[in-house]
Design a protein around this ligand. Structure first.
Ligand SMILES: [Cu+2]
Length: 840
C-alpha cells in the first residue's frame, strides 16, 4: 500500500511510500501513519497531511518556489486538445485510462480564489484519459515547447467528434498502475475498513460504503448529453472496469490483446444497430464474442484470487456477482482491463413532430404482435433525436467521480449535424471545426473533505482551460469565432460576467442543444452561468483593434456554488484574447453574427401542458446534523434502488426541491442522464432585489413578515402556509397584472396564473435554488407552531422532460461530484410501456 507523494520539486521524482495504518496488507505496513515530512534541498518543508487512500495532499508553503512550467503560467497560448474524429459514419477509437506524473497547480493561499493569489506547481500522479498512440504530453509538440523536466502537462482526454447518426465504437482500456496511488483498488471488495478511503483528517467519519470516496482506479465513461441507450455497451454508468492485471510492470490487457474480439464485436454491433435507431444491442453477455468473455471470466477469477491472497477470506469477489447477473439475463457489472462501447447517436429524420406513426401499428396491442413488423423496437418510432452540439464525457464510477474528474478524466464530445452545416454555410467550409474547444476543469488530487480543515480550498481549485490557467486565445480584429465551452469541474459554477470591453457575444446553444431563433435573437452579450456539467456555444466577435492591454481583453468569471457566494466572490480571469493579425473585412460574413439561428430540429418543440402525463417531486437535502454534512435525495443516499419510475415515451413534470438552508448553502446542480429537460418554474427564496434607497445594496426579494417590508417590490410569503412558497413575479401592493403568480397576499384572487412560458431552453444540468430559514422583521427566527422549529422554506425548480425512446436504468444526481460520490444520486427506471402479453 503505497502512496507516491511525488510532491517534491526536485528534478527527479521521489517515490517515497507512505503507508497508512488502515490500508495495510502486512504488519510492517501497519505501523506508519500519515504525517510525513519531506525535506527538500531548498529547505522547504512540505507537509503531507491527511493522506487519503489514493491521492496526495501537499499543502504548498507560501513561498516563491515550486514554479510552474511555462504553459501553466498565465498568459500562454491556448493549447488545443487532440481530436478523435469519426469517418464513414463511425467514431472508432481507443481511449486508455492510464496514469502519469503531471504538473498540478495549487493555489497559494488556498482560501478564496482570486486573481491576486498565485499558483505553485508540483508533479503528481494523476489518472488520465488518452487516445491510443498519444505520447506523454511533455514529449510531443506542441507540448514539448512548454514542458519543464520530465513531467507532463495536464490536459483533458481527447476531444471526441462524431455526427448525428454515427455509430460510436470505442475500445476502453484501464491500464492504471495502482501502485502509484496507494490503496486505490476498490476497498469494498477487500472486506476491510468498511470499504471507504480513509485519511488521518477524519475521513470517512460519518460516510458509509458505498456512499463514500473509494475505488478511484476503477473507470468507466459517461457520455454526458447523449440521447441514447443507457444499457449494456452504451451510456451505461453501472459498469466498473478494474485496472488490468499486470505481468511484471506491464498491463496484460492491451489494445492488441482485445483487438480481434472487439473488431468482431464492433462489426456485429454495426450490423445490428443499422437496422433501427431504437434497436438495443447487445442484449446479453452471450452477444459478445466468446473469445473475449472467456478471457474476462479468467481475468476476473484471477483478480479475485489475487485479492484473496492479499486480504484473506472475507473479500467480496467480483466474478460471482457477474455470474449471478448473467444468469438473471442482466448485463454484468465488473470487467478487468477493457470494455467495448458500442451505440448509435440517433438521427431524427422526420420533418415534423410528433413523428408520424407507422401505418401498420396496432393501437393497444402488446409487443408480441408488433415485433412482427419490425425488430425489438416493437414498431416504435424515434421520438427525440440526438441534438447536435457540444457534449462531453467523464469518469462516472460511483465513489470516485470527484477525484477522477479532478485528475482530468473529462473531455469534450462534439456531435455535429445540420447545426454545423448551417453555420458553415454562412461562415465557410469546416468553420465549426475551427471552433475554440474550451474544457474548463478544477484540477486537483484530493477532495477537500479528505484533506480536512486547514488544507481545504474554498470553492475548490482554480479553473483551468484544457489544463492551462488563464490561457490566451488568438483572434483577428473584427473576427467572429465560435467557442464551445464545457464546464467539466466537479464543484464550482462559473458565472461569465459578459464579454470583455469592445467584444460582443451571442449564445447559440446551451448544454449541447441549440437555441431556436427567438432565443438566439433575444440574447446579446449577456452574462451566463455554467454550473458543473453545463455547456455553452458562443459566437464571439473581437473588436476591430488590438486591446491596449491584456486585462482589457480578459474574460472574467465569478466562481460560485450558490448565488449568495457572488456578493463576496472575486472577479477571476478565465482566459484572455490576443487580438492581432490581419483584420477581417467588416462587410464579410466572418465579421458578422449569423443573421438567423441554425435550423431548429422539430423534436425540440416545447413540451406542452397537454403532453405532461405525470408529475413527481424529488427532494435534495443537505443534512448538517452529522459529523460531516450528508447529502441525500428523498431522505436516502444512493443504495442501488430505483428512486423514480417513468413509463417509456411519456413526458412528465418534476418539481426538484432543495432543502439546504443557511450556513454554507449550496444550489445542488441537478443532472439527469439520457434526456434533456425544460425549466417551467424557478423559485429561489434567497433572491435579492436592488435596494431602492441605495442601488449598490440589495434587499431580500421574499419576506415572511409584512413589517419587514422596505420596498413595495418585495413579495410576502406566509410562513405558515407552504402553498404561498412560490415565485412572485408581480410586486405586491401594485395592481395585479396578467403575469402574476399567486403568492402575493395583496394580489388575492384577482391573479391570473401565468401561461406556461414558450421557447424554453433545453438543459441537462440546472442548479436547484437553495432554501431559506424564515425570519421576522427583527431578524429573529419564525417558529412553526406545530413543530416548534424554525420555518424552513425550500427552493425549487419545475422541469419537464420526455422520457422517450430508450427504456432501461440510468441515474440522476447532484453534479457537485463529491456529493454524488457520497450518495446524492438515485436511479431512474424507464419502463417499457407495452406489456409482452397478447389480448386477442
Ligand atoms: Cu450537491
Amino acid at each position: 500500500m503505497r502512496i507516491d507523494q511525488s510532491n517534491n520539486h526536485s528534478s527527479k521524482p521521489v517515490n517515497s511510500a507512505v503507508e497508512l495504518k488502515t490500508w495495510s496488507r502486512s504488519k510492517s505496513d501497519r505501523i506508519r501513519f500519515a504525517m510525513y515530512c519531506l525535506q527538500i534541498a531548498a529547505t522547504i518543508m512540505i507537509l503531507v497531511q491527511a493522506l487519503p487512500a489514493r491521492a496526495q495532499t501537499p499543502t504548498p508553503s507560501p513561498s516563491p518556489s515550486n514554479p510552474c512550467p511555462a504553459a501553466l503560467t498565465p498568459g500562454q497560448t491556448l493549447i488545443p486538445v487532440p481530436v478523435v474524429g469519426s469517418s464513414e459514419g463511425r467514431l472508432r477509437g481507443t481511449v486508455i485510462l492510464s496514469d502519469e506524473q503531471e504538473w498540478m497547480t495549487f493555489r497559494v493561499p488556498v482560501s478564496a480564489p482570486s486573481d491576486s493569489s498565485r499558483s505553485q506547481c508540483l508533479p503528481q500522479y494523476v489518472r488520465t484519459f488518452r487516445e491510443y498512440g498519444a505520447r506523454p504530453t511533455m514529449a510531443s509538440a506542441p507540448y514539448g515547447a512548454y514542458a519543464r523536466g520530465q513531467y507532463a502537462l495536464p490536459r483533458p482526454g481527447p476531444t471526441l467528434r462524431a455526427r448525428v447518426g454515427d455509430l460510436v465504437q470505442l475500445t476502453f482500456l484501464n491500464q492504471i498502475d495502482v501502485s502509484h496511488f496507494g490503496d486505490s483498488i476498490d476497498r469494498g471488495e477487500t472486506g476491510r475498513d468498511g470499504g471507504c478511503d480513509s485519511s488521518n483528517a477524519g475521513y470517512p467519519g460519518a460516510d458509509r460504503f458505498p456512499d463514500c470516496f473509494h475505488g478511484s482506479s476503477t473507470g468507466n465513461i459517461h457520455f454526458h448529453g447523449t440521447h441514447t441507450n443507457p444499457n449494456t455497451t452504451a451510456d451505461n454508468v453501472f459498469i466498473e472496469v478494474r485496472p488490468s492485471l499486470r505481468r511484471g510492470d506491464q498491463p496484460i490487457v492491451t489494445p492488441e490483446s482485445v483487438a480481434k474480439p472487439f473488431d468482431e464485436f464492433f462489426a456485429k454491433c454495426e450490423v445490428e444497430l443499422s437496422k433501427n435507431f431504437l434497436k438495443e444491442w447487445p442484449k446479453s453477455w452471450s452477444d459478445l464474442p466468446n473469445s473475449w468473455t472467456d478471457q474476462e471470466e479468467k481475468l476476473l477469477k484471477e483478480y479475485d484470487a489475487q485479492m484473496q491472497k492479499s486480504y484473506g477470506p472475507g473479500i467480496r469477489k467480483l466474478w460471482p456477482v457477474d455470474e449471478a447477473q448473467i444468469k438473471q439475463g442482466a448485463w454484468p457489472q465488473y470487467y478487468i482491463g477493457a470494455f467495448p462501447f458500442c451505440y448509435r447517436l440517433p438521427e431524427y429524420k422526420q420533418t415534423s413532430w410528433p413523428p408520424a406513426k407507422p401505418t401498420m401499428q396496432m393501437g393497444g396491442a402488446g409487443t408480441a404482435e408488433l415485433q412482427m413488423n419490425d425488430d425489438d423496437s416493437g414498431g416504435r418510432m424515434l421520438i427525440m433525436g440526438q441534438s447536435p452540439g457540444t457534449h462531453w464525457y467523464h469518469a462516472h464510477k460511483h465513489g470516485s467521480t470527484a477525484i477522477n474528474v479532478a485528475n482530468g478524466m473529462t473531455g469534450a464530445f462534439i456531435i455535429e449535424g445540420q447545426y454545423d452545416d448551417d453555420l458553415n454555410k454562412w461562415y465557410g467550409r469546416n468553420w465549426t471545426r475551427n471552433a475554440q474547444v474550451l474544457v474548463i476543469n478544477q484540477l486537483g488530487v484530493t477532495p477537500n473533505l479528505v484533506r480536512g480543515g486547514a488544507g481545504q480550498q474554498d470553492k475548490g481549485p482554480d479553473f483551468s482551460i484544457n489544463g492551462q490557467e488563464k490561457p490566451v486565445v488568438q483572434m483577428r480584429p473584427g473576427e467572429v469565432q465560435m467557442w464551445r465551452i464545457v464546464n467539466t469541474s466537479g464543484r464550482a459554477a462559473a458565472l461569465f460576467m459578459g464579454p470583455p470591453k469592445g467584444f460582443e457575444w451571442k449564445q447559440l446553444a446551451q448544454d449541447g442543444v441549440q437555441f431556436n431563433d427567438t432565443n438566439y435573437q433575444g440574447n446579446s452579450s449577456q452574462p451566463f452561468l455554467l454550473a458543473p456539467g453545463n455547456r455553452a456555444d458562443l459566437l464571439v466577435k473581437a473588436p476591430n483593434a488590438p486591446c491596449a492591454n491584456a486585462a482589457d481583453c480578459s474574460v472574467i468569471v465569478k466562481n460560485e456554488v450558490d448565488p449568495l457566494d457572488l456578493a463576496t466572490a472575486n472577479p477571476l480571469t478565465l482566459l484572455s484574447v490576443s487580438v492581432s493579425g490581419k483584420p477581417v473585412g467588416p462587410t464579410t460574413n466572418n465579421a458578422k453574427f449569423i443573421p438567423t439561428a441554425p435550423a431548429f430540429p422539430p423534436f425540440l418543440a416545447d413540451i406542452s401542458d397537454s403532453e405532461v402525463k405525470g408529475t413527481k417531486e424529488l427532494r435534495f437535502r443537505s443534512d448538517a446534523s452529522q459529523l460531516q454534512v450528508q447529502h441525500m435525495i428523498d431522505g436516502r443516499k444512493f443504495d442501488g434502488e430505483v428512486g423514480a419510475v417513468v413509463l417509456l415515451n411519456q413526458a412528465e413534470e418534476w418539481k426538484i426541491v432543495n432543502e439546504t438552508y443557511g450556513g454554507r448553502i449550496v444550489s445542488h446542480p441537478f443532472h439527469i442522464h439520457i434526456n434533456p429537460f425544460q425549466i417551467v418554474e424557478v423559485f429561489s427564496p434567497n433572491d435579492t432585489l436592488p435596494d431602492p434607497k441605495d442601488p449598490k445594496k440589495t434587499i431580500p426579494k421574499y419576506i415572511f413578515d409584512q413589517k419587514a417590508r422596505t420596498s413595495p417590490s418585495q413579495c410576502y410569503l406566509d410562513p405558515n402556509n407552504p402553498k404561498t412558497w412560490k415565485p412572485c413575479t408581480t410586486p405586491c401592493g401594485t395592481a395585479c397584472g396578467t403575469a402574476c403568480t399567486m403568492p402575493c397576499a395583496a394580489c388575492g384572487t384577482q391573479c391570473i396564473p401565468p401561461a406556461t412560458p414558450k421557447n424554453l431552453i433545453w438543459w441537462d444540468v440546472f442548479p436547484i435554488p437553495s432554501g431559506i430559514k424564515a425570519t421576522d422583521a427583527a431578524g429573529k427566527p419564525i417558529i412553526d407552531p406545530t413543530t416548534n422549529q424554525q420555518v424552513l422554506v425550500p427552493g425549487y425548480f419545475k422541469m419537464r422532460s420526455r422520457f422517450v425512446d430508450y427504456p432501461g436504468f440510468y441515474v440522476l444526481h447532484c453534479h457537485i461530484l463529491a456529493h454524488e460520490d457520497r450518495g446524492m444520486m438515485t436511479i431512474v427506471e424507464v419502463a417499457p410501456a407495452r406489456t409482452p402479453y397478447s389480448h386477442h
